[in-house]
Design a protein around this ligand. Structure first.
Ligand SMILES: [Zn+2]
Ligand SMILES: [Zn+2]
Length: 211
């Protein structure tokens, strides 16, 4: 237990920050190698190829880049490769999307299957700069040997977002006439024009009637 006075001071300092940053700071304060997006991999980079470390991820990030905040959580395994560090894991999050049928906002759960190799930019033993990886857009480990998962998570999430999101499989959509959300019940509009397959029949019956 920390002395109460200290806790009070910490909370006071954090109150001015937004909630995502607040969570990040609290998590950073409380956990070592715990719930993090930035992972220091200097030890793993010194380890033999094939060495692994497991981490728990639990953090709020702006997944879609539109100012939203989504809790991302799950587990990742980091493995030392001959070139760098391979990150593999499955993370879960939820993003707010607009339903393509009824246009209402809804929370869409996403499963993020992450598999990315990160390349060091600084030699962990000598501290000498290393050549940048040849692959365009490859993820790098910074000069402090910090591996940041945020961008990989964001890219993975953007790929996981459905092209035509639906608030639910059987979303009833909007009335084409008045725009009423039909998930909330029927509207007062008259039934739409009769099925065109019946039009020939009704023409026939009209002709009969005029004779
Ligand atoms: Zn809908
Ligand atoms: Zn209507």
């Amino acid at each position: 237990m920390l002395p109460p006075k200290k806790i009070k001071g910490r909370v006071g300092r954090k109150l001015e920050l937004d909630s995502a940053r607040l969570v990040q700071l609290i998590i950073g304060d409380l956990c070592w190698r715990g719930w993090v997006m930035q992972i220091n991999v200097s030890q793993l980079l010194r380890s033999p190829i094939g060495s692994v470390r497991d981490y728990e991820v639990k953090q709020i990030i702006d997944v879609t880049g539109d100012g939203g905040s989504s809790l991302v959580q799950g587990k990742v395994r980091l493995m030392r490769t001959d070139r760098g560090i391979l990150v593999k894991g499955v993370l879960a999050t939820e993003v707010e999307l607009t339903c393509s049928r009824c246009l209402s906002l809804f929370g869409c759960p996403l499963a993020l299957d992450i598999e990315e190799e990160y390349f060091p930019t600084t030699d962990v033993v000598s501290g000498a700069p290393l050549p940048m990886p040849e692959e365009p857009g490859a993820f790098t480990i910074d000069e402090h040997h910090e591996l940041d998962l945020t961008e990989a998570i964001r890219q993975c999430a953007l790929l996981a977002i459905p092209m035509k999101p639906l608030c639910r499989e059987d979303c009833a959509g909007l009335c084409p006439n008045c725009g009423h959300n039909l998930n909330l019940g029927v509207c007062n509009c008259l039934p739409q024009e009769a099925d065109p397959r019946w039009s020939e029949l009704s023409k026939l019956s009209k002709e009969k009637g005029t004779k």
